[in-house]
Design a protein around this ligand. Structure first.
Ligand code: HEM
Length: 408
């Protein structure tokens, strides 16, 4: 059998109307498409719809992360933001550079480091529920999800409570790089990056003389065979934690709460039996992941399944459709936290070398938050929420007004 160039394939094009549907309809139509084809033409390049193919591509080192192209794809040319002269972020690094970074930082993101923060996570969630519990009403997004990740990241890094607001603004501004309006906001993004970098340099110098129990101290101390992260790399890691760990966590929490609101019996189960939280979190991430896919480009000409993907071709492994693959996830179309875990992991935290570095932290954050919310917001019912457009890279609710039986 010969090799077919990808642009000569006779494959469906994802209907742009999909992006105007509700998120559930949009996902249903993509899952239906995935029954017929493992590859489809998408907005930027090719969507990879099946679990086997999405994982194969994510695990193949010739496909490089599109994170390095985000600025360029949005038409940004400012060298301070495109950053070709700087060392790459871990999110975008490849090959030996990436292997070295993961080796150096891996231990600092272990399950044990995440567990260290669990009591703090519980305090933060309870502190957020306290003002709304007695009223029986809340907006889950503004009251709980939005503010939740920043204190955790500050505590993780070792930044004091007095600086939570500062971090919140930096995170918001740095994340503007993903907005449609980014070209009007370059100065804001650059200012936030500079301030955050200066702040981080200050924290680093304090910890060099006065080590503490926090991520930054762990990263400064991390050493492998005499190799260490330099100051520029430490600053880059702090940026990566903010970019990777803020919007993802808050949107995953929002998606999960919305899902539970549609499954009241399972919300009650979680309230009555918090030990089921780890399973509940995996099932919520599988069924309704805030990250629905990620981008890769071919670093060289790649032949896969007898198809030629010329160097530079973009693909988009669709984790959302992969997670609904019936052959791997029995009962894939239903959300059920009582189900025995499937043999294969869901892909919402990625796969391959870029697998989420903060996976244990993300799990811990959700495992601590959801049972507290379930216990303190019984009888949860959704009013009309507003959702981001289905094509948004990190998807979730913009508002999620709820009512529940008031508690103390
Ligand atoms: C529920 C919340 C989260 C979700 C759904 C999520 C999802 C992901 C996914 C899908 C990737 C892989 C991206 C790719 O392959 O292109 C990733 C990478 C990453 N995540 Fe997360 N993430 C979450 C929370 C966090 C947290 C809390 C942190 C910070 C501590 C974090 C830090 C990172 C970093 C640094 C990477 C890049 C790893 C690398 O390139 O080697 N994430 N995340």
């Amino acid at each position: 059998m010969g090799i077919t160039p990808v642009d000569e394939l006779d494959i469906p094009t994802i209907d742009p109307a999909t992006f105007d549907m509700s998120h559930t309809e949009s996902l249903a139509s993509m899952v239906e498409l995935a029954d017929d084809t493992w590859i489809a033409k998408g907005l930027f390049g090719y969507a990879i719809l099946s679990y086997a193919d999405a994982t194969a591509i994510l695990r193949d080192r010739r496909w490089h992360s599109a994170a390095s192209k985000v600025a360029e794809m949005r038409g940004i040319t400012d060298p301070e933001l495109v950053g070709n002269d700087r060392k790459p972020s871990i999110l975008a690094a490849e090959g030996d550079v990436h292997t070295r970074l993961r080796r150096l930082v891996g231990k600092a993101f272990s399950p044990k480091s995440a567990d260290r923060l669990r009591p703090f996570m519980r305090d933060v969630v309870n502190g957020l529920v306290d003002p709304v519990a007695a009223s029986g009403r809340a907006d889950i997004v503004t009251d709980i999800c939005e503010p939740y990740p920043i204190p955790i990241i500050c505590e993780l890094l070792g930044a004091p409570k007095a600086d939570w607001q500062l971090f919140s603004r930096w995170a918001e501004d740095v994340l503007r790089i993903f907005n449609g309006t980014v070209l009007d906001e370059l100065d804001i993004i650059k200012a936030a990056r500079r301030e955050l970098n200066e702040y981080t340099m200050q924290m680093i110098s304090e910890r060099r003389s006065d080590p503490r129990e926090d991520l930054l101290t762990d990263l400064i101390a991390a050493e492998e065979g005499g190799d260490r992260l330099d100051a520029e790399e430490l600053v880059m890691m702090v940026n990566a934690v903010i970019i990777g760990g803020t919007d993802t966590t808050r949107n995953q929490l929002g998606c999960s709460v919305a899902l539970f609101a549609e499954h009241p019996d399972q919300w009650k189960l979680l309230a009555d039996d918090p030990d089921i939280a780890p399973r509940a979190v995996e099932e919520a991430m599988r069924y309704f992941g805030a990250v629905r896919g990620t981008g890769r480009f071919a670093s060289e000409d790649i032949v896969y399944r007898d198809i030629l993907f010329p160097a530079g071709t973009f693909v988009f492994p669709s984790t959302a459709t992969a997670n609904r693959d019936q052959s791997l996830f029995p009962g894939a179309e239903t959300f059920d936290i009582r189900k025995e875990p499937a043999g294969s992991p869901h892909l919402t935290l990625g796969s391959g070398i870029h697998y989420c570095l903060g996976a244990w932290l993300a799990r811990a954050e959700l495992q601590e938050a959801l049972p507290i919310l379930a216990r303190r917001m019984p009888g949860l019912a959704l009013a009309d929420g507003e959702w981001k457009p289905p094509g948004t890279a990190i998807f979730g609710p913009d508002t999620l007004p709820v009512t529940f039986t008031p508690t103390r």
